[in-house]
Design a binder for this molecule. Structure first.
Ligand code: BG6
Length: 490
């Protein structure tokens, strides 16, 4: 079976920050893949903008290199690549001052194609850019804008960013990307929960013991010290990606996949998160910072050695015990953890069901483990339902804990698309289901801000952990205090 591709309307995608990291690593490869899939209608264009003085051809050369570097060799089709490059144009522009926007207007012309502006630039520039493109008459009634995190640094700054964008674009035309929502397995979580009658009756505090969400990375700072040292793991990963995953696990069934139906339900979860503040931060949060160690097969520096001034109390790891104060989840802890320079790149959601109430099997049968649903985001995306079965064969009754593997990419013979492929096409379709609404972003900050404030107030220091491990031992203690243990992620 192959996947079906439904072409989208013709569009002009204007990318500000076209020579930046996001465009190079994610946007250009994703746009090329959609060319390969045959998703474009004519005339569709991508117009790169940045301050570098490049010609169309020079930018096409940049795009070719990006694609050749970030797309698997087997997926490079020279004819399709040439067709894709022919869609690309470039306009040198400084959107802050407005320089170059007149020329951009000429390139865009009177086209009736869907027009989307991707702001792949620092959030400090969002406000200026939307105002400048508006002043130059480039924003049509159906134009949309795409922005990425970090949307603010706190509730207050997020409101400022949202206000600035909102002065030009109404909410229905603002697409706030959280690329975790576009990941294939995250989509599968929705299918699993709401496309089956099996799980939903068990999806509550009567049957679920606890939930774990781990987003572990093996990479370190990756030359992002300027941003990361001011953000830290809580703001960089928890405020957005991890809370979004938590929402998808915990939300009530929306009436439909309609964008607002989904986002209303996610918002309710965010609002039901029990506050963490000075009263409990030391008990339910752990902050870590990596020290020198070994990662990806080689020796690596510690976090402080990667900084210019060698001093920082920024966390590169955080573990939290979150609770949702509603009927469905009362008393069910959600253990969240994320960090850089951990033992492996491994992200997963684990739904740990309660143990059976009574075992009819004797000791000889071996232990009876509680069921577990493991949704693996990366690498090796997949879903496994762990169950107990009888050890096959003659002899006495012995039990085995085995995974029912629900990973279907292999059997369906499809490539797992990158999140950006799905998300950019959704922008063109005008479908906001997988994008964050303003109130969601702000509700997430409302929960995060008091944690940051409590850390400051209580001077909660970071605890060192050796690069290449699973974080500080306090993170293990956090969950083991409750008689539970982190799922072995590799
Ligand atoms: C980004 C964070 O949002 O997500 C990065 O800013 C992080 O620090 C990245 O490395 C992780 O994304 P992925 O898709 O590689 O898990």
């Amino acid at each position: 079976m192959t996947s079906q591709t439904i072409p989208v309307e013709p569009f002009d995608l204007v990318v500000f920050g076209a020579t930046g990291d996001l465009a190079e690593r994610k946007l250009l490869p994703a746009l090329y893949q959609r060319q390969l899939a045959g998703q474009y209608s004519e005339p569709t264009r991508m117009i790169g903008c940045s301050r570098s003085e490049l010609t169309d051809d020079q930018y096409r050369a940049f795009a070719r290199e990006a694609i050749e570097h970030h797309v698997a060799k087997a997926e490079i089709d020279e004819d399709e690549l040439s067709r894709f490059l022919a869609r690309i144009f470039y306009v040198p522009a400084d959107a802050r001052s407005g320089k170059g926007l007149e020329q951009l207007g000429q390139v865009l012309g009177e086209s009736h194609a869907v027009r989307a502006f991707y702001l792949a630039v620092a959030p400090a520039l969002f406000g200026d850019i939307v105002h400048r493109i508006n002043e130059h008459g480039l924003v049509m009634p159906t134009s949309r804008v795409i922005v990425e995190k970090p949307i603010g640094h706190s509730l207050e700054t997020a409101q400022q960013v949202n206000d600035a964008i909102g002065e030009v674009f109404d909410e229905a035309r603002i697409f706030r990307i959280d690329h975790y929502l576009g990941k294939e397995t995250v989509q599968n979580l929705m299918a699993l929960r709401f496309g089956n009658a099996l799980y939903e009756p068990l999806w509550n505090s009567a049957h679920v013991d606890h939930v774990q969400i781990t987003v572990a990375e093996s990479v370190g700072l990756e030359s992002r010290a300027g941003y990361y040292d001011k953000a830290g793991a809580l703001r960089d990963m928890v405020q957005n990606h991890i809370l979004q995953l938590l929402c998808l696990v915990a939300m009530e069934a929306p009436a439909s996949l309609d964008a607002d139906a989904m986002r209303d339900e996610k918002l309710k979860v965010l609002r039901a998160l029990k506050p963490i503040g000075p009263q409990n931060t030391e008990r339910v949060t752990v902050r870590g910072q990596y020290r020198a160690g070994a990662s990806n097969g080689g020796a690596v520096k510690g976090y402080l050695d990667e900084l210019d001034d060698g001093a920082s109390n920024t966390e590169t790891f955080v573990a939290l015990k979150a609770e949702i104060g509603n009927w469905r989840w009362a008393g069910v802890p959600f253990y969240l953890r994320t960090g850089k320079r951990l033992a492996a790149r491994a992200s997963e959601i684990v739904i740990q069901f309660k143990p059976i109430p009574h075992s009819i099997f004797g000791d000889a049968a071996g232990p009876v483990f509680a069921n577990q649903l493991v949704i693996r985001l990366q690498p090796d995306e997949g879903v496994k339902q762990w169950i107990m079965i009888k050890d096959p064969g003659p002899g006495g009754m012995r039990l085995r804990h085995v995974p029912l593997d629900m990973t279907f990419a292999e059997s369906f013979k499809v490539r797992n698309p990158d999140a950006y492929e799905r998300l950019i096409m959704d922008v063109i379709r005008g479908n906001q289901t997988l994008f964050m609404r303003r109130d969601e972003v702000e509700a997430a900050w409302r929960w995060i801000d008091p944690i940051v404030a409590a850390w400051e107030e209580r001077s909660q220091a970071v605890q060192g952990y050796t690069a290449g491990t699973w974080g500080p031992s306090a993170s293990i203690a956090l969950i083991e205090r409750d008689g539970r243990t982190w799922h072995e992620s590799v």
